[in-house]
Ligand binder design. Structure first.
Ligand code: HEC
Length: 142
């Protein structure tokens, strides 16, 4: 009987110790998340409306293929050809604003590429496409 109690006590203290450890980890993670959420909220509030709106539309409609960081590695990375990489400075230099606008508005086939990027002209008005163009150009960091 006594031995059993000791064993039970030992088992319980292991549970309590590991339980507490987990809780602390969670707490630390949550506060880290809170800080980065606050950071990005602060960054977002300083963004001009055109960029904020461009980012919102891009993340919603384009990120799945082009990646949220614009590197072309979204969820559908396996497409052939792969989605354009907007962080590639040399590539982006070959695409003036009018070409970006046309490619988005009428689809990649309209600028002599494959038809893998659909035309978005029915989903967005020209102003929204301009916002997206402005946002896409921030991915090269210049
Ligand atoms: C279904 C996946 C998919 C989605 C969603 C998508 N794209 Fe694309 N996009 C592609 C692929 C694939 C290419 C590469 C086409 C090629 O090179 O032939 C591409 C190419 C492009 C290009 C480069 C065209 C050029 O001249 O090389 C631009 C600009 C572009 N996409 C913008 C967008 C924008 C803006 C959105 C959101 C509104 C978007 N794409 C959504 C797959 C996608």
């Amino acid at each position: 009987m006594r031995i059993r109690n000791v064993a039970l006590f030992a088992a319980l203290s292991v549970l309590v110790v590991t339980g507490c450890g987990k809780k602390q980890d969670k707490g630390a993670k949550a506060s880290k998340n809170a800080v980065s959420a606050a950071d990005s909220a602060a960054a977002a509030s300083k963004m001009p409306y055109s960029l904020k709106e461009g980012k919102r539309l891009y993340n919603h409609y384009c990120g799945v293929c082009h990646g949220e960081t614009g590197d072309g590695a979204g969820q559908y990375y396996g497409l052939t050809p792969s989605p354009a990489n907007f962080t590639d400075k040399a590539f982006m230099k070959t695409l003036p604003d009018e070409v970006l606008f046309k490619a988005i508005n009428e689809g990649s086939a309209s600028v002599g590429k494959s038809n893998m990027c659909p035309p978005w002209g029915n989903s967005f008005n020209p102003e929204e496409i301009e916002f997206i163009v402005t946002y896409i150009k921030t991915f090269t960091g210049s």
